[in-house]
Design a protein. Structure first.
Length: 280
């Protein structure tokens, strides 16, 4: 089970891993916390489109369904309302009723219910910084960790189905400096222009500490599927943006993995891992 904040996060963070496991016969469920209602239309081709801007919730649901089909996963909505990304100094208050303002114990219950119904062995979420400090990503981390601990406890959420305890939970760390530097060097070595230095500069403020990359899932054969799923989120993704500027053959040669940080495990394992199911 991969727990994500918004529709499109499942395709930009760990999507090739999900597609790989689907191809191997694993049941994979994406839990999407919000509807992405406050997402900005980032594709220049759709900016100013009155239908898209007026019906962003329905547009993003349709995009999610297309991406889900491309990845081959199941998907469920937790039903919370997008908090938006506050900007300014000082930051404006978050909107009333949004996901990030929910009580963690209350907001974790729908996820506990989903865990107990789907019965995953492994969960994926974001680290305590949200990967980057979006309030919905941070809240996704909080409810994921709370639900992981509560799902197997019969005294907690007794009306949310028979208990089930996942065995491992990971933080998605696909946006890590080591990967970006490897791609940067690979592009320059081939005499190609690299945007990666700009990406590293943008990452720097969010790198509170060097993350412990414990798990490297080889999934280069599924990068094409990842990109197709990401492009399906047309309102959120500029097809000419830097996401797609590194040729796939260079990505596969220089860094063919997606990376994770093991946050909790109830089984023995050793590092580095090459499989989220190591030890199970």
């Amino acid at each position: 089970m991969a727990v994500h904040a918004h529709p499109d996060d499942e395709s930009s963070k760990g999507a090739a891993t999900l597609a790989k496991y689907v191809a191997e016969g694993v049941d994979v469920l994406v839990a999407t916390c919000t509807g992405g209602e406050r997402g900005t239309v980032l594709n220049p081709r759709l900016q100013g489109d009155a239908y898209v801007e007026k019906n962003i919730r329905e547009v993003r649901r349709k995009e999610m369904d297309e991406a889900r089909a491309i990845l081959g996963v199941e998907q469920a909505w937790l039903g919370f309302v997008d908090s938006g990304l506050p900007e300014g100094d000082p930051l404006p208050p978050l909107p009333d009723g949004c996901f990030a303002l929910q009580d963690v114990g209350t907001a974790a219950e729908p996820l506990v219910r989903l865990i107990r119904a789907f019965r995953p062995q492994v969960m994926i979420t974001y680290d305590e910084n949200g990967g980057y400090p979006h309030p919905d990503h941070i809240m996704t981390h909080r409810i994921s960790m709370a639900a992981f601990d509560a799902a197997g406890d019969p005294e907690r959420y007794p009306r949310s189905g028979p208990v089930w305890q996942p065995q491992k939970i990971y933080y998605n760390q696909g946006f890590n400096p080591r990967r970006t530097r490897a791609l940067h060097d690979g592009l320059l070595a081939r005499g190609l222009r690299s945007l990666c230095a700009d990406w590293l500069a943008k990452m720097a403020p969010f790198e509170h500490r060097e993350r412990a990359l414990t798990t490297f899932v080889t999934c280069g054969d599924f990068f094409e599927i990842r990109d197709k799923a990401l492009a399906a989120h047309a309102s959120q993704i500029d097809p000419d943006a830097g996401w797609f500027h590194v040729p796939l053959d260079i990505q596969k040669e220089c860094w063919p993995t997606e990376e994770y940080e093991l946050a909790k495990s109830l089984v023995d394992t050793s590092f580095p891992e090459d499989d989220l199911f190591a030890g199970l």
